[in-house]
Design a binder for this molecule. Structure first.
Ligand SMILES: Nc1ncnc2c1ncn2[C@@H]1O[C@H](COP(=O)(O)OP(=O)(O)OP(=O)(O)O)[C@@H](O)[C@H]1O
Ligand SMILES: [Mg+2]
Length: 1237
């Protein structure tokens, strides 16, 4: 068992994460025992385990969590959800968990007032806070804003959008007529565009971007709604649990009798187009108001459907009133209802074969004659013409006969049914376009300066059968995800770089490759589909084959048989394709792609509706817009129309300021008070919020330009501060408010705040006047101090300058002196040299006198001769001194005269001497002979000494050459090592990259798997349960190979078993293998712990000095060589270390280590201020250095190794017991060493 009982989060298939404690460090994973006994013990990979805080979390902003990991994030959402706090932030992104119930006062008018003008974060998180931020940003930055609401079906996008619009229209004044009309648009849009699905009773089957326009004074002046992709297939068919658009049921349940008669309405099960669920939504009261004759059989048996916000009867009346408020007359309203009813009746027209028709044509069945009559009446077309148009198609001949001859081609039953459905879809979808147009007309916005746009578009969708609609929606979601990545993750990181904030980079999965796959101009799926439609005989299988051919090796595209869901694997290759979306893999069935991509009616039906009598229908199909006129090659497909629309939307989003709301569906049962952790976690991951959380761990979500910050508070500041320049003002405020330096950062143009800190700043700035006075006093004090520091610095600079000038002056004087001396010397040099030359003769005379003194006879004559010469010399010098212009020649002649006299005297002296010397010569010669002899002997001795010296020099030179050769060899070795290290580094980086890529793919696979599981749960399908095999990096593989070569397989051994074996085994090889495995696991554990440490944890309790740990990390993670056991020996080390957070005088300490072979046996820390820490392997492993001796680099550290007795002396002095070798064979080498001790 492990002593470390830190609380952790561990992955759980249902809950997302559960709490537990690590109880075992396995070979590749950790074993965790959940704290709640109802969950079984589990063994998980380190990546699925995160640190946990003791006690529950409840933070408004997830960036404030002490541990920023996905598990704590999820826990925070869950805890808050059960406390009815459904909103949270991740930086500036709002997370909204659908409560599926009304929360009291959450959206009340008073709440709207409360959020008015308050900064984000000041009050609890709310959609209103996001709306208010958008309004304020629009005002401050003079920039239109978008609010992107996203999430899966039923997550609460449309509800959030409604609250946003309510805030935008009501926040400042009570709503005027324009605002009311904007709000009225919603029930109308929902009636025609929403339907009950299995995932949401009020599911929006279209996307919308609602713009609320403002004038320069920020008053609402109008609005504009763009809509996208109404789901047309729903008009004709629905699955059993689902319904058609609400308006059909509303009309059938709520229309007054008079209208019912006019439209010949019955009950839901009378209509083929309402073949799915036929029950109405009603409450107890309205259920009574709907007559039984208007209810379907199913409704009568099961009763009404219930939903707090849907009521078919009541909503018909609301719709009628809302249409009135939008400015529609009763006749116009009737026109709309007539077309809705006409669609219902049209659906009831059935066809049958004409008995003897050789051309295989069909006719309207007898039973549907009445429907045909009602339909033609409601549409205002001739009944016979409608009949003909439904069962035949007009074609113009191209060749043969007369070019342009009209031919009537009879249709087969299925073709006629398709034509009928196409007509119904065209009428309904154009009616929907018209209704949106009417709403837009009622809220014109000519005087607009800016707008706030709210985007509510269907989230990522996946069913067992996915068709063209899902393909378009998921493509749209990919684009929005890319926008989110670029906007939040990429741009944010670029901004940090540009402003020099030094925030570490985070990686995220870029989905550009999927977008390319779908929209590439040359071979994107949309292009391939359009090209297929232009062929003479388009076929879905050919199209699908083309898709697979064009993208055969693309990771994002696969064959249906590669799906994890069994239901998809029955599809043939040419029946579908699988796209690996950012949120998970979706398998598309392509059978209907070609028809759905072309919404054109055939010519006879188009002509019919263009020439009808119904004025509304006429406006829906204006003549001249006909597709048949444009021809097949020029038709505009649904896909390309959507691509263009989406392009325009993206352009708008890119130009605007952006705000994000991520809606989360807490459970798939659509009930309150139930939080399915894994479901929520999957949504959080897909929406990119987890990546943002990671970024925000080091990021600064709030930022403001210096100038803006300054102008924001200008009005509340006293004049002495207002006059400061913007940047100085900001500096002064931040420094004097004592904000912690880690809470904000100064960029180049902006100041950045850590999550929640801008609010703190704002709160201080707007505090009461008394507090403000105190702040102003502080700022003034700071200003005075900083100005004083600046002037002191100025004075210092002036003093420095003065000293420099003085120094230079001195230098100039020296230079002058030297130059002058030089010039004088140059001028007088011939004279003083001349004097010197003559004076030399005087010196010579001294010698003459000296020699003369040795004369036994005639000495006085010589002396008087010498005195004479002295006189001559003095005269000559006098002459030279007195005459500055004396020439060289004059001086030379004077010299020559004196010299000649001198020579004469010398000759005289010599003669005298010679005589005297001849007598002494014999004696002198003998003495010279003796001297020469002595000199020769000395010379020989000297030569001998020199020879020895040369020999020594030669030896030294030889040594030096040897040393140099050794040095060169060492350098060469180092260069080789460096190159090898670089190559290894490169290889490791490549492996790390591959590994990261692989992990991303693994994450993708996990999402695919989870998604398939959810689908399987919903549809009772089956999922292939083989989890993806984790690919190991080369490095890991190498390690495992190395392990594999070992004699023992220890991967199944428990941590405690390893420990026991080390303590008790006598098998040296096993012992060494155990020690290696034991320390490898320790390393993995400590690495995990370091990665998961709390944000506040300091570098206390290190297991070895930082220099040792760093040396180990710098080393490439080579495969550990299997250690030579026999050479294992005891080595001892001592190194000093520094403690980062200790007071200065106690920072230094000494770390002693005793290695028994490759692994630590004893370790001791000596501190200045605390008792020594002595640790022994076998009992204190968790606190000891887990690195091998080789990894620590200690053997290469100069002066680190010490002698055994030095170590033992310190050890015993500090109370350590004598060392006993752990588990080694008594007669092994270690024991032998011990005996020697
Ligand atoms: N804030 C909320 N308070 C109470 N109930 C809510 C809230 N948000 C959503 N709901 C409930 O959840 C249901 C589904 O929400 P909504 O229609 O907004 O989902 P959606 O994300 O728009 O789904 P779809 O993509 O299918 O249109 C609502 O009908 C309502 O009952
Ligand atoms: Mg919706």
């Amino acid at each position: 068992m492990l002593e470390d009982t830190q609380l952790v989060w561990v992955r759980d298939a249902a809950e997302g994460y559960i709490q537990g404690r690590i109880t075992e460090i396995g070979a590749k994973e950790f074993e965790v025992t959940p704290t709640d006994r109802k969950y079984p013990k589990r063994t998980c990979h380190f990546d699925d385990i995160h640190s946990s805080c003791e006690g529950p979390q409840d933070h408004d902003d997830n960036c404030e969590l002490m541990l920023l990991n996905e598990a704590t994030f999820l826990d925070n959402l869950k805890t808050r959800y059960y406390k009815d706090k459904i909103y949270t932030y991740v930086a500036n992104i709002l997370i909204a968990v659908n409560p599926y119930r009304e929360i009291k006062e959450l959206y009340a008018p008073d709440t709207i007032k409360k959020y008015n003008g308050r900064s984000l974060g000041e009050l609890p998180p709310h959609v209103f806070a996001i709306a208010d931020k958008a309004i304020r940003d629009m005002r401050v930055y003079k920039l239109s804003q978008s609010i992107i609401v996203s999430g899966e079906s039923g997550a609460g996008k449309t509800e959030s959008t409604k609250y946003l619009l309510k805030y935008l229209c009501y926040s400042h004044d009570s709503a005027g007529p324009i605002e009311t009309k904007i709000l009225d648009a919603n029930p109308v849009l929902e009636a025609f565009g929403n339907a009950k699905t299995t995932r949401n009773n009020n599911s929006s089957r279209f996307g919308k971007f609602i713009e609320v326009h403002y004038d320069a004074k920020c008053q609402v002046v109008g609005g504009y709604i763009s809509h996208y992709l109404l789901e047309k297939s729903r008009i004709c068919t629905q699955s059993a649990e689902e319904r058609n658009y609400h308006v059909f049921y509303m009309l059938l349940a709520g229309a007054p009798q008079q209208l019912r008669d006019k439209l010949s309405l019955g009950k839901p099960d009378d209509y083929r187009y309402l073949s799915g669920c036929t029950q109405y939504f009603a409450n107890a009261k309205t259920e009574q108001l709907i007559p039984g004759s208007q209810k379907s059989k199913n409704h009568q048996q099961k009763g009404p459907l219930k939903d707090p916000i849907i009521d078919d009867y009541q909503h018909f009346h609301n719709l009628d009133k809302a249409l009135g408020r939008l400015g529609l007359s009763d006749t116009e309203k009737l026109g709309i209802y007539s077309l809705v009813a006409a669609v219902l009746h049209l659906g009831n027209i059935a066809f049958e074969e004409i008995p003897d028709d050789v051309r295989g044509g069909c006719q309207v069945s007898e039973a549907s004659e009445q429907s045909l009559t009602i339909t033609s009446g409601l549409l205002g077309v001739d009944q016979t013409e409608l009949r003909t148009a439904l069962v035949s198609r007009v074609m113009q001949s191209k060749g043969g006969g007369f070019k342009g001859t009209v031919i009537m081609v009879p249709l087969k039953i299925y073709e006629a049914s398709n034509a009928r459905d196409a007509l119904a879809k065209a009428i309904y979808s154009r009616l929907f376009d018209r209704i949106v147009g009417l709403i837009n007309q009622s809220i014109p916005f000519q005087a607009s300066n800016f707008y706030i746009g709210v985007l509510d578009i269907a989230g990522f969708e996946y069913f067992t059968v996915n068709s063209f609609e899902q393909f378009c929606i998921n493509y749209c979601n990919e684009k929005l995800q890319k926008f989110f990545n670029d906007n939040i993750l990429k741009n944010e990181q670029e901004l940090y770089k540009k402003e020099g904030l030094n925030v570490p980079e985070i990686t995220f999965t870029d989905n550009q490759d999927i977008i390319e796959l779908i929209e590439a101009k040359s071979n994107g799926i949309f292009t391939l589909l359009d090209e297929e439609s232009k062929l003479p005989k388009p076929s879905y299988s050919h199209f699908t084959a083309e898709v697979h051919k064009s993208w055969s090796n693309h990771y994002r595209l696969g064959l249906p048989r590669s799906s994890r869901l069994k239901a998809h694997r029955t599809l043939r290759d040419e029946e579908g394709f699988l796209v690996r979306h950012f949120a998970g893999a979706v398998c598309y069935n392509t059978e209907q792609f070609i028809e759905k991509n072309n919404d054109a009616l055939h010519a006879s039906l188009e002509g019919l509706v263009q020439e009808c009598d119904n004025p509304l229908l006429q406006t829906l199909f204006p003549s001249g817009s006909s597709t048949s006129v444009r021809g097949k090659l020029n038709f505009i497909s649904v896909g390309s129309k959507f691509k263009t629309q989406l392009g325009e939307l993206m352009e708008k989003l890119e130009q605007n300021g952006t705000n994000f709301i991520r809606c989360i569906k807490p459970n798939s049962k659509m009930i309150d008070r139930q939080f399915e952790g894994s479901l929520a976690l999957a949504q959080l991951k897909c929406s990119g919020t987890i990546s943002v959380l990671e970024l925000m761990e080091h990021g600064y979500p709030s930022r403001v330009l210096f100038a803006d910050l300054y102008s924001m508070y200008k009005s509340v500041l006293p004049p002495e501060l207002v006059s400061l320049p913007a940047r100085t003002f900001c500096e002064a405020m931040f420094q004097s408010l004592n904000l912690s330096a880690k809470d904000f950062k100064f960029g180049i143009t902006k100041v950045f705040f850590r999550p929640g800190k801008f609010v703190e700043f704002d709160r201080i700035m707007r505090s009461d006047p008394e507090n403000m006075l105190a702040i102003v006093a502080k700022v003034k004090k700071w200003l005075i101090r900083s100005r004083w520091v600046k002037s002191a610095l100025g004075a210092l600079c002036v003093i420095k300058l003065r000293n420099r000038i003085i120094y230079r002056n001195k230098c100039v004087l020296i230079a002058q002196r030297i130059a002058r001396g030089f010039l004088a010397r140059k001028q007088h040099r011939p004279r003083y040299q001349g004097i010197g030359k003559i004076n030399k003769i005087r010196t010579n005379t001294l010698k003459t006198i000296e020699i003369a003194s040795g004369l036994k006879m005639g000495r006085d004559e010589i002396v008087s001769g010498v005195n004479d010469i002295y006189r001559q010399i003095d005269d000559a010098i006098k002459k030279i001194k007195l005459n500055p212009r004396i020439t060289q020649r004059e001086m030379d002649s004077m010299y020559t005269v004196v010299m000649a006299n001198m020579n004469k005297l010398t000759v005289d002296l010599n003669t005298k001497l010679k005589e005297q010397q001849q007598a002494e010569e014999q004696e002198r010669l003998r003495k010279i002979q003796e001297a020469l002899e002595a000199e020769r002997a000395a010379k020989e001795a000297e030569e001998q000494r020199q020879r020895e010296e040369i020999e020594n020099k030669r030896l030294k030179a030889e040594m030096e050459t040897r040393r140099k050769a050794a040095e060169a060899q060492r350098l060469r070795q180092e260069e080789e090592d460096r190159r090898a290290a670089l190559a290894l580094q490169e290889q490791l980086e490549k492996e790390a990259k591959d590994d990261a890529k692989y992990r991303q793919q693994l994450e993708q696979e996990r999402r695919d798997h989870e998604l398939a599981l959810r689908l399987a749960n919903e549809s009772n399908g089956q999922v292939e349960d083989s989890p993806p095999v984790i690919r190991k990096s080369e490095n890991v593989r190498a390690q495992q190979q190395a392990l594999g070569k070992q004699k023992y397989d220890l991967s199944k051994w428990k941590y405690s078993e390893l420990r026991d074996a080390i303590n008790t085994s006598c098998d040296i090889e096993l012992l060494e293998a155990c020690r290696q495995e034991f320390h490898r696991r320790l390393k993995v554990y400590h690495a995990w712990k370091a990665k998961n440490r709390k944000r506040t944890t300091m570098d206390e309790n290190e297991r070895a000095p930082r220099s040792v740990m760093e040396a180990a990390f710098k080393q490439p993670p080579l495969v550990q060589p299997i250690q030579e056991i026999v050479t294992a020996q005891h080595r001892y080390f001592r190194i000093p270390f520094m403690r980062a957070n200790a007071p200065d005088n106690t920072k230094r300490g000494l770390w002693y280590a005793h290695f028994d072979g490759q692994w630590i046996a004893r370790q001791m820390e000596l501190h200045a201020d605390k008792p020594p820490i002595l640790l022994v392997a076998g009992t204190d492993d968790m606190q000891m250095c887990e690195l091998s001796l080789e990894e620590t680099g200690l053997t290469r550290k100069r002066g680190a190794e010490i002698l055994e007795h030095e170590f033992n002396r310190e050890w015993e002095r500090n109370g350590g017991k004598a060392y006993k070798n752990l588990g080694a064979k008594p007669n092994g080498p270690a024991a032998a060493m011990q005996k020697q001790q």
